[in-house]
Design a protein around this ligand. Structure first.
Ligand code: FAD
Length: 401
């Protein structure tokens, strides 16, 4: 089944921190949600990727979830929430209240399957193709598209010899639910970031054994000032990569891992001894760099994520260097496309800041379009008709045009 084509001024893909932040700023600037501003999300519930995170990731042990702009006027702050609740539950609840309060009318579950040039490259619209949970396809023609699709849909697992030969369980971060699933098992955890550390700490006393393997030596960072400086440098690194169209470096590799009291206890108990990456897997374990065979019932790949941009493939944005050229949140190849939460903006605070900056640029695109339409209409049908058009921003009224 196919829905009649629609028209909107702006489509936002994704209602996580980044998408909601941009949508809120656009709404404040006068766009009407549900009409000229359409926010789509393929997930069933509110909370962006947070809705899928595991229970043991409590709000108090997450890095810090920053409030959305527009939350404070509702009296909502993550710092005031019960820090012992699962982060996924609190974020999903707060985002739901946020969406309702600001009447953002997010459509879900509606997945974007493709974004195309409206009428070929250089067109003054983009076509957003969608599919809902009943398989109904739709198309929205928009003057600007803000892609805020995050990374949760594209976990990255490195290729290691023997990966297909391993007969135990293999999962990535998105498949992890509860340490109790690994009770009594020998578990190998791979990856040098905070997710891997969280899994190791949760598995302690539940799994029979854990071994931890990382590609690079783990650098712990005890000094908050140093960690902040390194974080700033790592974000700048991400920005340089985004501007050059390279694949994005890992933030953790640039910052070192902050030692929280919980991690300090894990270190003291000898739980967090990282070993160099193993060389291969076989049917029932891994072979270490020292040629030791380590038995494993399960291998957890906490090896990071890539930006989920598959639906943008028709725009052919990928460079030979493997990335997408993005300057200050805007694609240089397709100036009607914005990427919120991408590269240097990939944290809840980065996503927030991106909201304002991207909204401002989107509004500039719309203003240019208004001027262009006014001129065209003046040339053809007269100024009065043009003024009428401009006074009726309801995108739905032009459905299928
Ligand atoms: P997301 O929250 O991933 O939202 C993207 C949305 O887009 C999703 O709802 C998804 O359903 C939707 N979507 C994707 N593709 C499509 C499509 N094709 N069509 C329609 N909808 C689509 N950051 C912090 O600041 N603090 C933390 O403590 C922290 N902890 C983290 C822990 C883990 C395990 C991970 C993986 C990341 C963590 N981060 C943390 C980073 C965090 O993910 C980001 O800060 C933030 O949640 C990203 O927001 P986002 O809006 O960019 O993406």
């Amino acid at each position: 089944m196919i829905r009649p084509a629609e028209r909107a001024r702006v489509v936002v893909i994704g209602a996580g921190q980044a998408g909601l932040s941009v949508a809120w700023h656009l709404q404040r600037a006068g766009l009407v949600a549900g009409h000229d501003l359409v926010v789509l999300d393929r997930a069933p519930g509110t909370g962006g990727a947070w809705q899928f995170r595991w229970d043991a990731l409590r709000l108090g042990i997450a890095h810090r979830v920053h409030d959305l702009p527009g939350m404070h006027e509702m009296g909502l702050r993550f710092d005031d929430a019960d820090q012992s609740r699962p982060a996924r539950e609190v974020v999903a609840e707060y985002y739901r209240r946020f969406e309702e309060h600001h009447d953002l009318r997010v459509r879900r579950p509606v997945g974007v399957t493709a974004v195309r040039h409206g009428d070929g490259p250089g067109s003054d619209t983009l076509l957003v193709e969608t599919r809902d949970e009943h398989g109904v396809a739709g198309t929205i023609r928009a003057e600007a598209v803000v892609n805020a699709s995050g990374t949760w849909g594209t976990p990255f697992v490195p290729w290691v010899p023997g990966r297909d030969a391993f007969r135990g369980r293999q999962l990535d971060t998105t498949g992890y639910r509860d340490a109790r699933e690994f009770a009594g098992q020998d578990v190998v955890v791979v990856g040098g970031g905070t997710s891997a550390i969280g899994f190791l700490l949760e598995l302690d006393g539940i799994a029979r054994s854990t071994r931890w393997f990382t590609r690079r030596p783990v650098v712990w960072s005890d000094d908050p000032a140093l960690a902040t400086g390194a974080a700033v440098a790592a974000v700048a690194d991400q920005d340089r990569a985004a501007r050059a169209g390279r694949t994005l470096p890992s933030i953790v590799s640039g910052t070192g891992l902050p030692v929280s009291p919980r991690i300090r206890r894990g270190l003291a108990r000898g739980l967090l001894e990282a070993e160099p990456m193993f060389t291969r897997l076989d049917g029932d374990g891994v072979l270490t760099a020292d040629s030791e065979h380590v038995h494993a019932d399960a291998v957890i790949w906490a090896t990071g994520f890539r930006a989920d941009l598959r639906h943008l493939a028709p725009l052919r944005l990928r460079t030979e260097a493997g990335g997408v050229v993005v300057e200050d949140g805007r694609s240089t190849a397709e100036p009607r496309l914005f990427l919120a939460g991408y590269g240097p903006q990939a944290s809840t605070i980065g996503a927030n800041r991106a909201g304002r900056r991207i909204a401002r640029q989107v509004l500039a695109v719309l203003a240019d379009d208004d001027v262009a339409h006014t001129h065209t209409d003046t040339d053809t049908a007269g100024a009065a008709a043009a003024a009428d058009d401009d006074a009726a921003p309801d995108g739905q009224s032009a459905a299928g045009a």
